[in-house]
Design a protein around this ligand. Structure first.
Ligand code: FNR
Length: 188
């Protein structure tokens, strides 16, 4: 039996050199080998429009199926104007429908926010948690992760070189693994 836990990673930045995208790679290495992290791309989703539900765009369907098939979801978000970047909010809106059949409902999840600034994306982190809460996502309450100063934490090769943050994120991913085991994976 396959004991690998399939974690879909949603990254709230489309930038090629995004710190959050770099973080996704670092977390894949820091997490236990039993957690397989894979980014689910969200950059090509048409803006959510209920009128499109009659024949949903293929990219909406693909993301819904990807999340339904995952054991858990990890959200990595920057903060835009003290909130969740539109691209990530759009993905959550797409995943929230059809009404009552959201692929996110019941999924174990975790949120990590980051920023080059000192506050670590606290506002984005909690706005995102608010949306996840109304969808019945089982978001890990603690440990919380607000990574400030992210702009100076990677070396020139894009590796996470800050020892303290590596240690913190390794423990965070251990907790997330325990949270997934405790809340039960919801693979469709
Ligand atoms: C930002 N940034 C930002 N940072 C922050 O800590 N709080 C904020 O409210 C904002 N607001 C904001 C709005 C917009 C439109 C942009 C483009 C940027 C800065 C942001 O944290 C920074 O650009 C990060 O590097 C974005 O994350 P990625 O792309 O590196 O993953």
């Amino acid at each position: 039996m396959d004991k690998t836990i399939d974690v879909a990673v949603l990254v709230g930045s489309l930038r090629k050199k995004s710190f959050n995208r770099l973080l996704a790679g670092a977390l894949g290495e820091l997490a236990s080998p039993s957690l397989a992290l894979r980014i689910a791309e969200i950059g090509d989703l048409p803006y959510y429009n209920e009128e499109l539900e009659e024949t949903p765009p293929a990219t909406w369907q693909a993301l819904r199926e990807r999340i339904a098939a995952a054991d858990a979801v990890l959200f990595l978000t920057p903060e835009y104007n003290r909130s969740v970047p539109a691209v990530l909010k759009n993905a959550v809106d797409v995943l929230s429908r059809p009404y009552g059949k959201s692929a996110l409902t019941g999924k174990p999840a975790a949120v990590i926010s980051s920023s080059p600034g000192a506050l670590g994306g606290f506002g984005a982190n909690h706005h995102l948690r608010q949306s996840l809460s109304c969808l019945g996502v089982r978001t890990m309450p603690t440990p919380e992760a607000y990574i400030g100063g992210i702009g100076s934490m990677f070396d020139e090769q894009g590796a996470l070189s800050n020892a303290g943050t590596r240690d913190f994120l390794q423990k965070f991913m251990q907790s997330f693994g325990q949270w997934i085991a405790m809340t039960g994976s919801k693979r469709a």
